[in-house]
Design a protein around this ligand. Structure first.
Ligand code: NAD
Ligand code: ADE
Length: 423
């Protein structure tokens, strides 16, 4: 029998057995994706397509990659963050599923981009991105591949912001579907997924008792409200910081204390940023913090905490536990940084639970199928996930949970479409 060597750069193929078992475990919680996989196996809607996917390399992503492969596509996968790769899942994808993977947990910046380039070397017809680094690379260093790309998908808020900026400037070379903006994505993944996995990561890394602590959450968007709610559920006093007046008001009426970061800095025990913006916690805030304060970020990039300022303020630094760095400041105070300031839920835990990624990745699979049929009809713009796909994902997820809902009667449909009936 001929043995085909799969192109890859992963940490250690000997981790594959453990990875395969964990991929199977995640699959049990991904019934919607499983249904799509069955249909894809029969119908082969992606036959002949090359896909380059830049996603967090987790057991959930592994199930998406296998679904796309079973739909007939050739898939190459690289990491969308240097610290989010699960090396065992990466090994299993190569060893057991023959999917090329270029991702190693802890890779440096050069390797990170070398891996993105390796995925782009496959000359994809469709790109899947999480944060827009692959699309950015394709539009700058790898322009020669752009003419072959028909369309793409983007998983997260920060990536969609970058893509909209590209579209505004007229540089986006192909249509991209904003998966993040589907209701069945951000209402669940960003809120419940980030909420639970962020608190999970902080507890795994520190083993702190959250009850009674003051937890400061920066940003009351979909991720921030999920984190704030879960921190409150664990017994924390939660303070929210915001810049958007409506969202600040929502936080206040949801029962959270809302403060400017300058004031919150002095009272917080744990700080969690989830804004998608930069320099949320800076020198003046570090200077006001209590000794022992824990710093974590769950936003896409490691720019929310001003790490260069923290490095400058520190007189020494050491790793005290896995994913915990202790910074000792000149006045003797100690601040603890989790997961190098990268998205803590993936750096110090396993990312969102499979059950919620089931919906995000069903949107991905169906949007890739949609692009395979309709990309040529689309302009070089950012598109929402087609409403029918979003609703289909909700229906399938409800069915998998055994939840039934009512349906509008014809009389109710007419009533909701008319203006004639009043008091
Ligand atoms: P969002 O747009 O819904 O919310 C961001 C909020 O931050 C907004 O309300 C905004 O007003 C606020 N904000 C901006 N600048 C601020 C500042 N200086 N101070 C305080 N608040 C500020 O976005 P989201 O969907 O919640 O995503 C937030 C980030 O998390 C993005 O980077 C996104 O890509 C990322 N994300 C991470 C995960 C994960 O697994 N960790 C999952 C989904 C999204
Ligand atoms: N983003 C957040 N959690 C994730 C997970 N488990 N897999 C892939 N991407 C994610």
């Amino acid at each position: 029998m001929a043995i085909t060597r799969i192109a890859c750069d992963v940490k250690d193929l000997a981790l594959a057995d453990r990875g395969r078992l964990r991929i199977e475990w995640a699959a049990q919680q991904m019934p919607v994706l499983a249904r799509l996989r069955e249909r894809f196996q029969k119908e082969q809607p992606l036959k002949g397509l090359r896909l380059a996917a830049c996603l967090h390399v987790t057991t959930e992503t592994a199930n998406l990659a296998v679904t796309l492969r079973d739909g007939g596509a050739q898939v190459a996968l690289c990491a969308s963050n240097p610290l989010s790769t699960q090396d065992d899942a990466a090994a299993a994808l190569v060893n057991d599923f023959a999917i090329p993977v270029f991702a190693i947990r802890g890779e440096d910046k050069d390797t990170y981009y070398a891996h993105i380039n390796a995925a782009l070397d496959t000359h994809p017809h469709i790109t899947l991105d999480d944060g827009c680094d692959l699309v950015h690379t394709a539009h700058t260093a790898r322009k020669e591949i752009l003419s072959g790309v028909r369309g793409g998908t983007e998983e997260t808020t920060t990536g969609v912001i970058r893509l909209r900026s590209m579209a505004r400037e007229g540089v986006l070379a192909y249509p991209v579907i904003a998966i993040n903006d589907a209701f069945t994505k951000h209402l669940f993944d960003n809120r419940y997924g980030t909420g639970q996995s962020t608190m999970d990561a902080i507890m795994r890394a520190t083993n702190l008792l959250i009850a009674g602590l003051t937890v400061v959450v920066a940003g009351y968007g979909w991720c921030g409200r999920g984190i704030a709610t879960r921190a409150r559920g664990l017994g924390a006093h939660v303070v929210v910081t915001e810049v958007d007046p409506t969202r600040a008001l929502e936080a206040a009426m949801d029962g959270f204390r809302v403060l400017p970061m300058r004031e919150a800095a002095a009272i917080g025990d744990v700080f969690i940023t989830a804004t998608g913006n930069k320099n949320i916690i800076v020198r003046e805030h570090f200077e006001r913090m209590k000794s022992g304060a824990v710093l974590a970020n769950s936003g896409h990039f490691n720019v929310e905490l001003d790490l260069p300022a923290l490095e400058k303020l520190a007189k020494s630094k050491r790793t005290t536990r896995d994913n915990v760095e202790e910074y000792t400041l000149a006045d003797g105070r100690k601040l603890f940084l989790l997961g190098e300031g990268r998205l803590v839920n993936l750096a110090a835990a396993e990312g969102h639970p499979a059950s919620v990624m089931d919906m995000s990745f069903a949107n991905q699979a169906l949007s890739v199928e949609y692009l395979s049929r309709h990309a040529s009809e689309l302009e070089k713009k950012v598109y929402p996930v087609p409403e029918e796909i979003d609703r289909q994902v909700a229906r399938l997820k409800l069915a998998s949970l055994g939840i039934q809902v009512d349906a509008l009667t014809p009389e109710q449909q007419r009533y909701l479409a008319s203006w004639s009936e009043g008091t």
